[in-house]
Design a protein around this ligand. Structure first.
Ligand SMILES: [Zn+2]
Ligand SMILES: [Zn+2]
Length: 215
């Protein structure tokens, strides 16, 4: 059987900075999400991505692939991290009913794990310092795998998400004098102050958390 190889534009590797397997995994995830939702790569503020990545594990490169494929970038505020420590993401697009969650199969994670690429990584060698043929070989595993081999796709028809309404309204913090966008002002002793002057933790996580029931 002839294997078809998935194509990733070279600029995505340039943007990401090195050759690793997880950026391509994210790119494939994002491409699949666009198709499942029946939408195009977004230009503005359409696709919202809820990445289940956390910190302290090296698969976060996936998110650069997702951003490249979907146009839902961190800068546009279209990707949020849930800190669940899983190689998964949920994709939501306004006007499309429900959302789609894509998880990188345990079996595929197990298939990648023994690759020489990770012997280098475990010795603390950065991807750009790993021999190119080793990087190309593991990327090839990602590009030649079928979607069924790679992913578990879950449709979430009752996914509810209300994006925060954008606003240009800002005011000066009454302590440091710096401009703050209004929703981030806190009131301390009757004064409108910024989060750093208030000594508060940002409470963004609460207002951004998507709600969905798993079937
Ligand atoms: Zn990477
Ligand atoms: Zn301040």
């Amino acid at each position: 059987m002839e294997t078809t190889k998935f194509q990733i534009p070279e600029w995505a590797f340039t943007f990401h900075g090195h050759k690793c397997p997880f950026m391509p995994i994210g790119y494939r995830m994002g491409t699949l999400a666009l198709r499942k939702l029946g939408v195009e790569r977004c230009k503005d503020h359409e696709m919202h991505v809820f990445s289940e990545m956390g910190v302290g594990h090296p698969q976060g490169c996936m998110q650069d692939g997702i951003m490249s494929a979907t146009g839902a970038t961190f800068g546009k505020g279209m990707i949020d991290k849930l800190y669940y420590g899983k190689v998964a993401a949920t994709f939501w697009y306004p006007g499309v009913k429900g959302a789609v969650r894509i998880f990188l199969r345990n079996e595929f994670q197990d298939k990648l794990a023994p690759h020489e690429f990770f012997d280098y990584r475990k010795k603390g060698i950065e991807p750009s310092q790993i021999p190119e043929n080793v990087c190309d070989d593991i990327i090839n595993m990602v590009l030649t795998a079928t979607e069924e081999e790679l992913f578990i796709i879950t449709e979430i028809p009752d996914f509810i998400y209300k994006p925060v309404k954008g606003s240009f309204a800002k005011a000066k913090c009454e302590i440091c004098g710096e401009y703050v966008f209004e929703r981030y002002l806190r009131v301390i002793d009757g004064k409108k102050v910024c989060i750093s002057c208030a000594g508060h933790e940002p409470d963004e996580k609460v207002s951004y958390a998507p709600t969905y029931k798993k079937s």
